[in-house]
Design a protein around this ligand. Structure first.
Ligand code: PMP
Length: 297
């Protein structure tokens, strides 16, 4: 990794209503969030000077906080304008924007009734999540050692830091085997998602995607479903078991960071082409986020 460390960069960060120098945006080591994962976040991308689905992301941030039992002390509209302001400070037309809300250090222990809620927003240049070559050829996935948990065991619909522990472990295991990411099943053994993006499979010319009943219903996922329907493709949301992978001809993932990225293979068991439907939706998504009208219209 040749990335510049994230605490040692130029620029500013929005912290609890103030814009401060990037390197000063620190938190205390006894913050509740650090010990007990009481933190929720968002990831957005700006294209052509506009943050794509800004309000939907900030609404989800609010909902995620509620699922963790706390309220963000800024309205969605206030967060929208703070995100715009932070994005503008980058001076760029494209950026990744990361709002995060967490419980502070006012109380130690599992209970957090007295903890204050903090909010920060940072924006930076973050190129494609997967390399351009991988995006052309498709990314290689490996089976994840962990499964998405049962909704009775965790607040699975929140974009909460604590839920990423199994993702980091699964992604590390995949990378150790030379793959780009891991394919996670859910607690029932159904296909769920990768460690940071949703899944789509093309079977008999129809687009299939797992029902998001125990993992994040991605904002990109919803946009891509609409784009596909606009093209006249049938989109089926349902429970999908791994046995059906042998019938899939194309497969791709969607996510704010991942955008629309084809999958080339799953371990050494299943191989897919970067086919017409995937290519069409990659291009339609690119048009949509950049504010261009879709080629078909
Ligand atoms: N699943 C997980 C676990 C994710 O982290 C993300 C990225 N936020 C997604 C799915 C895709 O969500 P979105 O399209 O809203 O970015």
């Amino acid at each position: 990794m040749d990335e510049v460390p994230y605490d040692d960069r130029d620029g500013v960060i929005w912290l609890n209503g103030q814009v401060i120098p990037w390197r000063d945006a620190k938190l205390h080591v006894l913050s509740h969030a650090l010990h007990y994962a009481s933190s929720v976040f968002e990831g957005m991308r700006a294209y052509n000077g506009n943050i794509f689905e800004l309000t939907a992301h900030n609404e989800r941030l609010h909902n995620s906080a509620e699922m963790l039992g706390f309220q963000i002390p800024y309205s969605v509209a206030e967060l929208d304008s703070a995100c715009r302001e932070t994005f503008k400070t980058t001076g760029a037309t494209e950026a990744y924007i990361r709002p995060i809300a967490w419980r502070g250090p006012e109380q130690m222990g599992v209970s957090a009734q007295a903890c204050k809620i903090n909010v920060a927003i940072a924006a930076w240049q973050w190129p494609a999540y997967f390399t351009p070559e991988a995006r052309m050829k498709g990314i290689s996935l490996d089976w994840a050692p962990y499964r998405r948990p049962d909704p009775r065991t965790a607040p699975v619909h929140a974009k909460a830091a604590g839920l990423y522990m199994i993702c980091t472990l699964s992604k590390h295991a995949a990378e150790a085997n030379g793959s780009s990411d891991a394919l996670m099943l859910d607690w029932r053994g159904q296909l769920a998602e990768t460690t940071g993006a949703n899944l789509f499979l093309i079977i008999d010319g129809k687009i299939n995607t797992p029902t998001p009943d125990c993992f994040l219903d991605g904002i990109t996922r919803r946009s891509v479903i609409k784009l596909a329907q606009k093209r006249g493709y049938e989109v089926i949301e349902r429970a999908i078991f791994p046995e059906e992978l042998s019938k899939a001809t194309e497969m791709f993932v969607t996510g704010t960071a991942a955008e629309v990225t084809p999958i080339s293979n799953i371990a050494k068991e299943y191989y897919f082409e970067v086919g017409t439907i995937t290519k069409t939706l990659m291009s339609d998504y690119d048009d949509l986020v950049n504010g261009r009208s879709i080629a078909a219209e």
